[in-house]
Write a protein that binds this ligand. Sequence first.
Ligand SMILES: Nc1ncnc2c1ncn2[C@@H]1O[C@H](COP(=O)(O)OP(=O)(O)OP(=O)(O)O)[C@@H](O)[C@H]1O
Length: 648
Amino acid sequence: MSATTRETRPDEPVPDRPEEPEPVLPELRPMWWEQGMRARVNAGLFGVFTGMPRLIVEALKISWSADRVRTGIVAASTLTSGAMATFGLLATQRVLVALFAAGPTPDRVRAALPALALLAFATAVRGALGIATGYAMNGLTPRVNQRAERRLFETTTAVRLDAFDQDSFADSMERASRGSDSVIDLVQGVMNLLAGVVSLCAVTVAVVVIHPLLLVALVVATAPNGYAALRAGHVKFGTYLESSARRRRMWVLHRLMAERVSASELRSYGLRDFVLGLYDRVMGAQTAVEMVLARRMTTTTSLGAVISGLATAGVYVLLGVLLLEGRIPLAAAATCVVAVQAAQRALVQVTFQTDRVFTDGQHFNEYVAFLSRADAHLPRRSEQTPPQPGPLRELIVRGISHHYPERDTPAVDDVTLTIRAGQTVALVGENGSGKSTLAALIAGLRDPSAGVLLWNDRPVTDWDITALQGRISVVLQEHHKWPFTAATNLAMGDIDTPPERQRIEDAARLAAAHDMILELPHGYDTLLDRTFAEGQDLSGGQWQRITAGRGFLRDADLLIMDEPSSALDPRAEDTLFQAIRGRQGHRTTILITHRLANVVHADRIFVMHHGRLVEEGTHGELIAAGGRYAELFALQSAGYQIGRCPGA
Ligand SMILES: Nc1ncnc2c1ncn2[C@@H]1O[C@H](COP(=O)(O)OP(=O)(O)OP(=O)(O)O)[C@@H](O)[C@H]1O
């Protein structure tokens, strides 16, 4: 297999989707963690310095707000360490002056002693400050991390559900949640960058104090080095990005070949040779590209080393010329050699950290942008304390509509209905008719685009939302498999109340989950996630029993059950519907189901079609009306009759 690759010039923008020599899998979405590198490559060699002051200020502000004492220690140690570097170099020069002076060696050594003592002191202080900085940074890291993450999760858990319907919001949240890690990276990068800059300044000051002409030598030695380091960074990110799309295709294949979820189908469809063939093609292209990249990296690194060697040689020649012309003393020249080495080290640190701050800064920007964008999706808070809702007497849905983003037609269209306390009502209709959306609107999980929902004659938005939700229990069609024990999975139905085992077991019994849970290896204490040691997997129907049990745990005024029995066996289904019927007359239940035999006892049945409420009444009334409900009911009952025929 051959692969064509193209050299990237340092200032050439990198395309969003690197070229794939032989496309094997479809294009992949750009990933959040490539954002920084992509921006770094597109910024060109020197564009990396733009925006740097703002990022430095932001990082210092976060660090300061997370822990003032430690931020102060890091800043003070960094600055003092720079001052000590200047002292150290000046002391080195004085030591050399004393040692190179005329006279007997013991006298010269004695003369050098005070400067030697100063040098030892400066070195010791720098060492101690290094330890202090490291210690303070270690303490700062978890604090900054916690602050950044907490702020993010406070927002992600509070935004309204509607926000998640916008793809761009979900993308931005994903990038921000990964980008919150970049906050501490940014803070660390900025601290290290400042340390490098301070060291560089310290060396420059010392060199100028020793002899202004030595500054020329310093610039000659460091400027080409700096360029080489910047170019190496640029090429490194560029080459990484170029092979990134292919690498991610590899990961997709890795998952297909080595994960549990795809293992059964891979075998049952005989896909082994097919996926291995895909692997060979992607890997072949990847290997060819990596060979080219390795050559390019070696060229750049060698170029850097040559530039650096030539610059150092140039400095030595320059120092020789200055010495021969008697323009600088020998001690100053020797100190300059030490200074140049220190400056080169500091410069490598500065260029490396500049790259790091720039790339982390891009992720940090995503984090900040998400937080400000999410503000618009937070629930509205009123200035006054809202009133507490009383027990449900009547729920009125008046002219409610809901429109999902990027959909032409409303999912719920001008629906009006009334539910009285103690009633069991059913929402029925074909797939996509709007039942779940209407239930989510009633549950307060979504905001209507039009219309109003009244709880006891007052709009739900007037009531204390937390108290109102405490009166409602919802079992969603698409339930989540929470990675906790069976007991906790049930207790989550009323998380604010202490989880008494008897209550939990009673709720499980109502949903036919109790006996099934007792059969698990640790009963109610079995972890329901295979990620954990001794974690267990449940079948779809077993999960559905636990989810339904969670709904029964709270003795809610209003229980909304969306398709609670789609995966249940007939016995479990019967138990569940007996429990639902047990609520009739004293607690209100909204039931969504396609199994119409289960709604014949409902006090009222609402039939949805294309988002609109098209029929309502009792089972008898709707059958007598001969409309859509009667048709659906007849279709389903016919299926059961055919089922009995063969044996009949
Ligand atoms: N998050 C969403 N974003 C965009 N459209 C959605 C979303 N959820 C549902 N829809 C659309 O809204 C319409 C109503 O969906 P809904 O889930 O309320 O129907 P349903 O009657 O509960 O269907 P089913 O019987 O299949 O559960 C459908 O056309 C569906 O495609």
